[in-house]
Design a protein around this ligand. Structure first.
Ligand code: FAD
Length: 433
């Protein structure tokens, strides 16, 4: 390629996947990240209180997340994801003490529903078809408009699954987003919903191998570089302002803005983007789990929602956790540990713990917020957006973030004549579908 540089701003999963794809295609890539480390909302760090490497939050992938898995193939780290060879989800009900295993069969035809041992106890067969209502979804419909958001199966399956996927109280969630998520996973059969976890940590799986891959392709990666402003002229970006360092853009250069929505709005005038967010709280306990502790345990009728077991710790995820932001960390740790200890057969004494509150973990997956998501193309010829909050058709997930990164990279590549018509500034003119 000519002397053009593709400047990727933001080294979360979206920016990294865009950068890796472009570098794979032989583009000269410069990646900038405001923080001292790459990874954004998907990262590991050494926690001093625990004396352990932990993740900012437990992240679950499903085997139907094809684009995320392609990204891991590209950076050579798919092997760092672990999970059972079949779709098996263990659940416990804290109120009734019941335990069960959900075991969908591999294929699309859901014959597992005919076997009560594979289903949720106490729920009627017809309740499994409640999400079919999402087929009627429009841009304005909430889940409560198209499916019954109560009843035994809602409490024990649909509620927990949809809350985890949307990070938004399901009744107010976008029926379109919920439908898209379910179509690609549960409705596609067990082969698409094997749970996968980065057992050695998020950074070791999603971030560090990507940085190594970029280094091997001579991409420049600058950490601790916050983009403070963009100068525009004649319909294109002409200068990137990193404070002391200013980068003038050539006619051929392009920019991918892969920062969170509130940061993108500061950089790009008049950008409409989601502006309502939902929190996720994670509790980490330094304790060796008992041997029979499942790798992932869904919890019903408790404060805890999902318990993840690692060799050196138990970590609990609570989505849609805005109501907990004002609860003291000590109170949260004590209340969550009580549940974890009861379910895991562990002593009541609180082990070393850490509470991580991610206030703006994801945009609120409501119809109104979904409608605010912008397409990848912007009104500036050489500026493209990426991020889980752009129009991916999915809730804010790793799968969505990677798709957005790939999409941004494709738009840049199309503009470079790899496909489509090249414009003066290197980007094609047609609009996103
Ligand atoms: C606690 C938690 C649990 C989650 N669980 C799951 C899960 O189980 N499964 C799943 O699929 N997804 C999960 N997610 C969502 C997933 O983490 C995100 O969808 C994904 O990481 C978003 O990546 P991104 O690149 O779009 O954004 P980000 O990760 O936010 O990356 C944006 C980057 O831009 C940088 N930046 C900001 N401003 C500037 C600037 N001006 N200049 C330069 N850089 C800048 C930021 O520092 C950041 O590194 C979870 C998220 C959280 C927080």
């Amino acid at each position: 390629m000519s002397g053009a540089t593709i400047h990727v701003v933001g080294a979360g999963v979206a920016g990294l996947s865009a950068a890796v794809r472009l570098a794979d295609e032989g583009c000269r890539v410069a990646l900038y990240e405001a923080a001292g480390a790459a990874g954004g909302r998907c990262r590991s760090y050494h926690d001093q209180t625990l004396g352990l490497m932990i993740d900012n939050g437990n992240h679950l992938l499903l085997s139907g997340n094809h684009t995320a898995l392609d990204y891991l193939d590209r950076i050579g780290s798919r092997g760092k994801l672990q999970g059972p060879s079949a779709a098996i989800f263990e659940f416990a009900d804290l109120k009734s003490g019941e335990r069960w295993r959900l075991r969908p069969n591999d294929g699309r035809l859901p014959w597992w529903l005919l076997d009560p041992r594979r289903r949720v106890p106490g729920a009627a067969l017809h309740e499994y078809f409640a999400p079919l209502g999402t087929l009627r979804a429009t841009a304005r419909t909430s889940l409560r408009d198209v499916m019954k958001c109560f009843g035994p199966l809602y409490d024990r399956l649909w509620g927990p699954v949809l809350l985890a996927g949307l990070n938004t109280d399901p009744p107010e969630g976008s029926a379109l987003l919920a439908g898209a998520m379910l179509r690609e996973t549960l409705a596609a059969g067990g082969k698409a919903c094997r749970p996968l976890i980065a057992v050695d940590g998020l950074s070791a799986c999603f971030i560090e191998p990507a940085l190594a891959c970029l280094a091997a392709r001579n991409a420049t990666v600058r950490l601790g570089q916050r983009l403070r402003g963009v100068e525009f002229a004649a319909g294109r970006a002409v200068r990137l302002d990193f404070g002391p360092q200013q980068t003038r853009l050539s006619e051929e250069d392009a920019v991918i803005i892969a920062v969170p929505p509130f940061a993108a709005q500061e950089l790009l005038p008049d950008l409409q983007a989601p502006d309502e967010f939902r929190a996720i709280v994670n509790a980490h306990f330094r304790v060796a789990p008992n041997r029979d502790q499942p790798q992932i345990l869904g919890v019903v009728n408790g404060l805890s929602q999902w318990i993840f077991a690692y060799p050196d710790r138990l970590s609990v995820t609570i989505s849609g956790a805005d109501r907990l932001l004002d609860v003291s960390r000590e109170d949260l740790a004590t209340a969550i540990w009580r549940e974890v200890a009861a379910l895991g057969g562990l002593g009541r004494e609180l082990p070393p713990w850490q509470i991580v509150k991610e206030k703006r973990a994801t945009f609120a997956a409501t119809p109104i917020q979904n409608a605010r998501r912008p397409p990848a193309r912007t009104r500036w010829r050489n500026v493209v957006l990426a991020g889980d909050w752009t129009q991916t058709g999915l809730p804010a997930t790793i799968e969505g973030a990677v798709r957005s990164g790939y999409r941004a990279a494709s738009i840049v590549l199309e503009g470079r004549g790899k496909a489509g018509v090249r414009t003066a500034a290197g980007l094609p003119r047609e609009h996103d579908a």
